[in-house]
Design a protein around this ligand. Structure first.
Ligand code: SAM
Length: 347
């Protein structure tokens, strides 16, 4: 197995059956080696810097009905909220003072936040903090809308592709959502000059390791600047309430593989990973991750943005605890930096 890992580190690619063997690897020694090589690969480009992003979950209204998601339209138990522009700007002001230089605006697909309102919001944040980066994560839109937001100052866009396998996509989403449109969005975003992030849930219901190879192939072909992966975690008020969660071990392995395939990619250790394993963030760093996204939303809404059960929302998940995050990263030899944390690859 070490040979395969060395080859992946050297050539950034393997045959499908070899990738499959790595994904399903159950050998502690080989896993340690994968982690070591992934950390080396990230260090060669990003050193031991950890980039922080302030995550602002500004609306949990959503017109979509993804079967896995706690803020899906049909979940009548969800307590809906939306932040005002003033509240969002206040989150950014607090974040700036804490050392955040990237703000990620994430929400459900909320018709209230239409093209014009998001344009306004991006302009207002950029006027208040001209040196920050703004990341949008508000789902699928037409190309013209993405272009307008880019012109307004948005720098990055996160849109997980969720799965590149058509059958699994259908299993996870109702008929009106299509994989073709999701991938069209990602292609448009990249073409418009955004730093783009795609990604998928690990262990989503119906997923098998072969489908993960399909995801890796799609990621290789898109060449995104960021890849967001985290375990699927069931939510009690969704059709997938009784499905098992994805594991930390599989997520970590995939982080390591993605780092070796794309050494320059921005790779977050996600909140979902911290939710399935308390020390998930630190472990993620040990498998090549270099980004964390503490929660900068007002305390009062954090629990309401519940995509899955038992979401980690306190301690180092919270932006106001960035000092503690700094200390724990330093304890494992990493350094949280005050920086926009742009992609360092070559197009
Ligand atoms: N509406 C935007 C979109 O569709 O990209 C952004 C918000 S969406 C809730 C953000 C991400 O949460 C999704 O891309 C999905 O991968 C993740 N997510 C949703 N439900 C989840 C669950 N039950 N477990 C883990 N991740 C989940």
């Amino acid at each position: 197995m070490k040979d395969l890992i060395d080859r992946l580190a050297r050539e950034h690619d393997l045959a499908d059956d070899q990738l499959l063997a790595l994904i399903t690897l159950e050998d502690p020694e080989a896993e340690r080696y994968l982690a070591q090589k992934a950390v080396e690969a990230r260090e060669a480009i990003y050193g031991r810097d950890v980039y922080i992003r302030g995550l602002i979950e500004f609306t949990n209204y959503c017109k979509n009905d993804c079967y896995y998601c706690g803020i899906r339209r049909s979940n009548t138990c969800a307590q809906r909220y939306r932040l005002t522009q003033k509240e969002i700007l206040e989150c950014c002001r607090e974040g700036w003072a804490l050392g955040f230089r990237t703000f990620v605006l994430q929400g459900g697909e909320d018709p209230y936040f239409d093209r014009a309102r998001i344009t306004d919001l991006v302009r207002a944040i950029k006027a208040q903090h001209p040196e920050c980066a703004v990341t949008l994560s508000v789902g699928e839109c037409d190309r013209e809308t993405y272009a307008e937001w880019k012109a307004a100052g948005a720098d990055r866009y996160l849109l997980r592709h969720e799965t590149a396998d058509t059958t699994l996509y259908r299993h996870l989403h109702p008929e009106n959502q299509t994989l073709d449109n999701r991938l069209r969005c990602l292609a448009d975003l990249k073409d418009l000059g955004y730093q783009v992030g795609c990604g998928f849930m690990v262990g989503s219901p119906g997923q098998n390791p072969g489908m993960m190879v399909t995801d890796l192939r799609y990621i290789q072909q898109l060449r995104p600047h960021m890849v967001g992966i985290g375990p699927f975690i069931p939510h009690k008020d969704t059709p997938f309430r009784d499905e098992p969660a994805g594991t930390a071990a599989m997520t970590l392995r995939l982080l390591g593989i993605i780092r070796l395939m794309m050494p320059d990619v921005l790779l977050p250790a996600t909140t979902a990973l911290s939710t399935v394993r308390g020390d998930g963030r630190l472990l993620g760093m040990g498998y090549g991750a270099n980004v964390v996204m503490p929660n900068l939303s007002p305390q009062s809404v954090r629990k309401k943005y519940a995509l899955y059960d038992n979401k980690a929302a306190t301690g180092e998940e919270a932006a106001e605890s960035v000092a503690r995050l700094r200390e724990s990263m330093e304890s494992i030899g990493f350094r949280v930096v005050i920086d926009r944390g742009d992609w360092k690859g070559e197009q």
